[in-house]
Design a protein around this ligand. Sequence first.
Ligand SMILES: Cc1cc2nc3c(=O)[nH]c(=O)nc-3n(C[C@H](O)[C@H](O)[C@H](O)COP(=O)(O)OP(=O)(O)OC[C@H]3O[C@@H](n4cnc5c(N)ncnc54)[C@H](O)[C@@H]3O)c2cc1C
Length: 490
Amino acid sequence: MSGIAPRPASEFTSYDLTADVVVVGYGCAGASAAFEATQSGVDVLVIERSSGAGGASALSGGELYLGGGTPIQKACGFDDTPDAMAAFLRAALGPGADAAKIDRYCEASVAHFHWLVECGVPFTPSLWDAPAWVPPTEDGLMWLGENSWPFTEIATPAPRGHRPAARDFGGWLLMDRLTTAAESRGARVRYDTYATSLIVAEDGSVTGLVARSYGDELSIHARHGVVLTTGGFVDNDVMLAAHAPRLLEHTKVSGGTDDGSGIRMAQAIGAGVRHMSAGQVGIALVPGMAARGVIVNGGGQRFINEDTYPGRIGQAALFQQDMDVWVILDEQAYEDVPEPQRWGVRPQHVAGSAAELAELLGIPPDALAHTLSRYNEHAARGADPDCHKSARWLRPLRPPLAAIDVRAGVRPPSESGDRRGTGASVFTLGGLHTGVDGQVLDVDGTQIPGLFAAGRASSGLHAWGYISGTSLGDGTFFGREAGRSAARSR
Ligand SMILES: Cc1cc2nc3c(=O)[nH]c(=O)nc-3n(C[C@H](O)[C@H](O)[C@H](O)COP(=O)(O)OP(=O)(O)OC[C@H]3O[C@@H](n4cnc5c(N)ncnc54)[C@H](O)[C@@H]3O)c2cc1C
């Protein structure tokens, strides 16, 4: 507690810095909060611990989950409604996802798309129509599991993954445009400044914060409010061990600054948290290969439809199978994925039959042979009664058969070298309990005056599930809400 314990306002007779709204952290949520607060006509200061803007947001794929009938969806020939989008998100992000946040997010999604465009984020009106983590094109739209079971039975499918016009990872472009927009509206930014604790008045309201910069302590007064947008806590192993131990020991999906400091500072004054054990699990497989083959566990059995959003496969692989999983495919399935989209993945084992392959993998030969013969029998008829993979990806797999060990890793185009690990790359989804307007709520569910949060420092749309685009999506959307609310506060 020592570093994060709140400081009483009575301790300060003057401050080193003052602003109406102080935003802590300059990723997608911070930039969006800063933009909206300036639009409300107040003076905004962003403080950021790094020497530049961006956080995890700038490293990301840039995919934003948007829908309900955006111009990009319409241009690609899809009718979508806020209701269909909400039905999908409730199922995909649950159980227990925040229905009020999902409803608000979906109702305003088209308007949020237009806001992003006004900030300068470019979207190309074309569809990438194949399973992928990050498409190698500038297509502005992609599927993120909406056309896979069980979602096909829950909501009318429409692709909702909206991508800035950048090949591969586009988070840098999103952040370039959002920070330019915020600063051109007057937001001031101070880098190399690490917030450590909140300043709290006698009535319990947050009136500022204490930060460190190059060894100096700085007191910062926030006349209207403080917005915490400090990201999640995947880089803090103590917090992971306490809240989300299943996420320990895997590759961390972050910019290295997700130490949970914003969450802890707010917890230290009584803030509530939600869904702290939840995490996104990227699995080191090439979605196009998995969809064309099968994924089996150490018992040689399939456990999920291979064409679904790969993060769902990752969650099932980690939480149900301890990452003891293999992608099994044949030569055609491998060759049908264009070389640049293979991300350096090659099979580790090849054999003339399912039983021989199983021997190489150390899994029960009869089980794998049975799984593949049953899969092939149904695939020949375009059916998958076991896991409900779409007929588009069903084809009997012919020997020789190959196996890919997900622990061997993938090598996205932006990276070089080996990435062998556990096969899982994770970040946290849980965080501060916030209302739909971004207010931080205490353990009783009562608003803490002067304190707001958004992005992965908060628990946003997600409960347990995750779909790509919902993190940048809810970070930007509820970041805006938090910025507006902070500007109106007091
Ligand atoms: C490789 C990769 C690909 C991804 N792809 C996608 C995708 O396509 N779509 C999607 O939705 N999500 C994606 N994600 C996840 C997504 O990027 C993050 O969840 C999201 O960016 C979080 O946004 P944020 O604003 O909450 O945090 P961040 O963008 O991480 O910003 C938080 C900022 O706060 C600063 N900070 C932290 N603590 C303090 C402190 N105490 N004082 C001052 N500053 C502080 C940090 O330095 C950081 O700059 C991806 C992530 C990665 C790494």
